[in-house]
Ligand binder design. Structure first.
Ligand code: F0G
Length: 451
């Protein structure tokens, strides 16, 4: 482990520990807060180990043409920004990252914003942004000689962990809330060989149980409380900056669940600015589902200074989280970048998801909160027409096909949830129809729909 290049710094009290000696639940023994990976060489000893910005940009571009397996990873391509392994031969990769940045012409036009893009993290190997964090943290688990890894999950973390553990030849333990995750995700954990426990509680309850488990057994915890996860999850920030030729967009919009992703992306942009790779950072706004909005409430009540857990309810199961672990880090990112924290209703999420679908970009319901949130930010005047905005789509549409089918069949939302949105919903619904096996019957279905 490259413990002379990095250390862990407590986000709460600033205490520093050697990465190899942190407690199994990654909580500070002094104040109980979470750690962040810090690279002292970038600032100490006159910035002796500080990477050169121009050289890095050149090197990272060159690696795109490399035949080295590690260079094919959109995470390890930026390995100078995450010197967390002693031996890069321990890196466990499935060619994660290098995800597409799509222009959204229709949403752009509808919202009157010139430049609107979606960074589709659902295009990762297991279908979610979790792969970028998992390749980093699971590689650390491997280098440290762990045999078992574990996570509590609303589904995507478990799918990613199980896949990377299988690649590394490690055993994996998954704790998921019974009956509250999408089937696509559960099937992945099973397929990749995880020991999967459906626990009779919610995500927050699973997290509580697992925190005890890792204190009692030699198992490496791979939730986003693990600071190495966030090192991998910061790399899409580098990809976004690179895609804009190192001029960052004005605004980045991220879904908020356990709040690791917004924290990680904020760290990525902050470090790029510190190293002179970019001149400024984008505003970062976090959007939650209205039924699972503890950070939104925290901003309303005390500007992000304290958080009261809530009992979470939303069909966007990926973000059904009431007691987010990384809320302090995410609150700091929003405050430091001048972003906002908003929530959106179940109908707004469903509509935004269908609108993204109609642009040819499927995504998970949890990802669609970003477009729903942008609409609100635009209506409130927080986003101007000349701004460049990037939505972070976190999960693949096939993760939760039931949600999509229910929406198009008209069975997803209750009448009271649809209130005020009926016409919009009807215009987006595309139900499948049963048709006789004749060309006339097929042609009759498109009659009146084509000129
Ligand atoms: N979008 C998707 C598709 C997710 O799976 C998650 C989190 C989020 C957004 C929220 O990200 O937690 O970093 O704020 N899913 C976790 C899981 C909790 O277990 O898969 P966050």
């Amino acid at each position: 482990m490259n413990d002379n290049l990095h250390q862990l710094r407590c986000f709460g009290c600033g205490a520093r520990v050697n990465g190899a000696t942190s407690s199994p639940d990654f909580r500070c023994l002094i104040c109980g807060d979470l750690f962040e990976v810090e690279y002292p060489g970038w600032v100490e000893r006159g910035g002796h180990d500080r990477p050169n910005a121009g050289a890095l940009k050149w090197l990272w571009r060159e690696r795109r043409c490399s035949s080295e397996a590690l260079d094919h990873s959109g995470v390890w391509r930026f390995r100078e920004m995450l010197p967390i392994l002693d031996n890069f031969g321990n890196a466990v990769t499935l060619r994660e990252g290098n995800t597409p940045l799509y222009h959204l012409p229709r949403a752009s036009k509808a919202l009157g914003i010139d430049q609107l893009f979606a960074k589709h993290q659902g295009m990762n190997p297991t279908g979610s942004f979790k792969d970028t964090g998992m390749t980093a943290a699971l590689s650390v688990a491997k280098e440290r000689g762990f045999q078992w890894v574990a996570c509590a999950s609303t589904g995507n973390t478990s799918a990613a962990m199980a896949a990377y553990a299988a690649r590394a030849g490690l055993r994996s333990l998954v704790l998921i809330p019974d009956g509250k995750i999408a089937w696509g995700k559960l099937s992945q954990a099973m397929d990749y060989g995880a020991v999967t426990c459906q626990i009779k509680t919610d995500f927050d309850g699973c997290m509580r149980v697992l925190t005890q488990v890792v204190k009692e057994a030699h198992i490496y915890l791979l939730n986003s409380v693990n600071p190495y996860r966030l090192e991998g999850q910061k790399t899409p920030a580098f990809e976004i900056a690179e895609a804009f030729d190192w001029n960052v967009p004005d605004h980045l919009i991220v879904p908020g669940g356990n709040l690791g992703n917004s924290s990680a992306l904020g760290k990525g942009f902050r470090e790029m600015r510190e190293l002179g790779l970019v001149a400024r950072v984008p505003r970062i706004s976090v959007i939650q589902a209205a039924g699972a909005n503890p950070l939104v409430r925290s901003f309303v009540n005390n500007h992000g200074a304290a958080l009261e857990p809530v009992e979470a309810h939303t069909r966007a199961t990926a973000i059904r989280i009431g007691n987010p672990a990384s809320w302090r880090k995410a609150a700091r990112v929003i405050q430091d970048t001048g972003g906002w924290c908003l929530d959106v209703t179940e109908a707004e999420i469903a509509i935004a998801k269908a609108e993204l679908g109609s642009e040819g970009l499927g995504c998970e319901p949890a990802s669609a909160v970003t477009l729903a949130g942008l609409k609100k930010l635009r209506a409130q005047g927080h986003v101007g027409p000349g701004e460049t905005v990037v939505l972070v789509l976190t999960g693949h549409t096939l993760k939760d096909a039931d949600y999509t089918i229910d929406f198009h069949r008209g069975t997803l939302l209750k009448d009271e949830e649809k209130a005020g949105h009926e016409a919009e919903i009807e215009s987006l619904r595309r139900n499948a129809v049963v048709v006789e096996a004749t060309p006339e019957a097929v042609l009759a279905t498109i009659k009146g729909k084509v000129e």
